[in-house]
Design a protein around this ligand. Structure first.
Ligand code: FAD
Length: 296
């Protein structure tokens, strides 16, 4: 099923049956996972625990520069066989040749993959020689479109991509990805919904009407959060960081703070009418299932 169908009002109404939801139309639920260092079995157990929430998509990260391509592909195959939700592999073009990318998409297509998340990626620090056939994600979108019939999602940044001079520049560049054929935008994680609302307004104002799916991270570790947010441009609201700071060494308390905060964030986003919510589950079911129990 293509992204434009998954996020359509008709489909959202159709899948509403499994969970009692008192709002108007339930948002589509999706999860992001990454290839585990060892076997996929534990992750599959976690995903099985989340099956009852009727996810529509599971996105699978891809190592920068094609590193861990095999781990990513093996996970894509495993998730396809699990039949919990449609897999959506991520796919980056930084430090990759056109030939390499073409053979990877062919491999995905031969597995019956219909949707991919097309990204530029970042240059890995440990790579000395980096030859990229494509400079930006819009070129990758065009390339995938020219070679396959796949449906393509791209990344969006509610707090602006760190390299962009301003929002105008970033959204002009986002529009290039949509004009090249992307059907949905998945956002970077954020903790202040006001950034998302403002971003959505700017994107719509630029004439982009594809679904914009907010990325939600249930926080489970303060140090991990600091590491993740130091790599991208993400505000942690003061009252949240103060609470987390107080319980820094206490994983259980941090997890509960993360769950409560994500519930609050998701409830507001649902009231705002988002088409979907994409959870960065970090390969664990507990926090996301607590959040979904609370919001539906
Ligand atoms: P682009 O869209 O190319 O944008 C990068 C920068 O260039 C922006 O500042 C943009 O404004 C500018 N730009 C874009 N197009 C043009 C143009 N035509 N001309 C001039 N400037 C332009 N990374 C991974 O390595 N693996 C993953 O699995 C992964 N998954 C992700 C999932 C999501 C939902 C998100 C939000 C990010 C993910 N990332 C992943 C991180 C991502 O690769 C980085 O954020 C990267 O820096 C930008 O990728 P992009 O596709 O947004 O690039």
């Amino acid at each position: 099923m293509r992204l434009s169908e998954i996020y359509s009002t008709e489909y959202r109404k159709q899948i509403q049956t499994n969970i009692v939801f008192e709002g108007e139309i339930k948002p589509i639920i999706s999860f992001e996972v990454f290839p585990p260092k060892s076997q996929n079995t534990k992750l599959f157990e976690e995903l099985n625990k989340l099956q009852k929430y009727n996810p529509s998509l599971i996105s699978i990260t891809y190592g920068a520069g094609g590193s861990n391509k095999d781990g990513s592909l093996s996970l894509v195959k495993g998730i396809k066989n699990l039949e919990i939700a449609t897999p959506m592999p991520h796919f980056t073009c930084m430090c990759s040749s056109e030939e390499f990318l073409e053979s990877y998409i062919n491999e995905l297509e031969s597995l019956g993959i219909e949707n991919v998340l097309a990204l530029r990626g970042d240059r890995p620090k440990d790579i000395e020689v980096c030859h990229s056939s494509f400079k930006h994600a819009d070129e990758l979108v065009k390339f995938i479109k020219s070679k396959t019939n796949m449906s393509i999602a791209v990344a969006g940044y509610p707090e602006k991509h760190s390299e962009a001079k301003d929002f105008h520049e970033d959204i002009t560049n986002l529009k290039k990805k949509i004009d090249a054929g992307a059907e949905a935008i998945f956002t970077q994680l954020f903790f202040n919904n006001d950034h998302f609302y403002r971003y959505k307004q700017l994107v719509r104002h630029a004439g982009i009407f594809t679904p914009i799916i907010p990325g939600i991270l249930p926080i489970t570790s303060y140090s991990q959060l600091e590491k993740m947010t130091s790599m991208c441009n993400v505000e942690i609201p003061k009252y949240l960081s103060q609470q987390l700071e107080k319980h820094k060494e206490d994983i259980a308390a941090t997890t509960e703070i993360g769950i409560d905060f994500a519930i609050y964030q998701c409830q507001q986003l649902i009231d705002e009418g988002v088409e979907g919510i994409h959870f960065y589950i970090l390969n664990k079911a507990y926090s996301t299932s607590e959040i979904l129990n609370a919001i539906f």
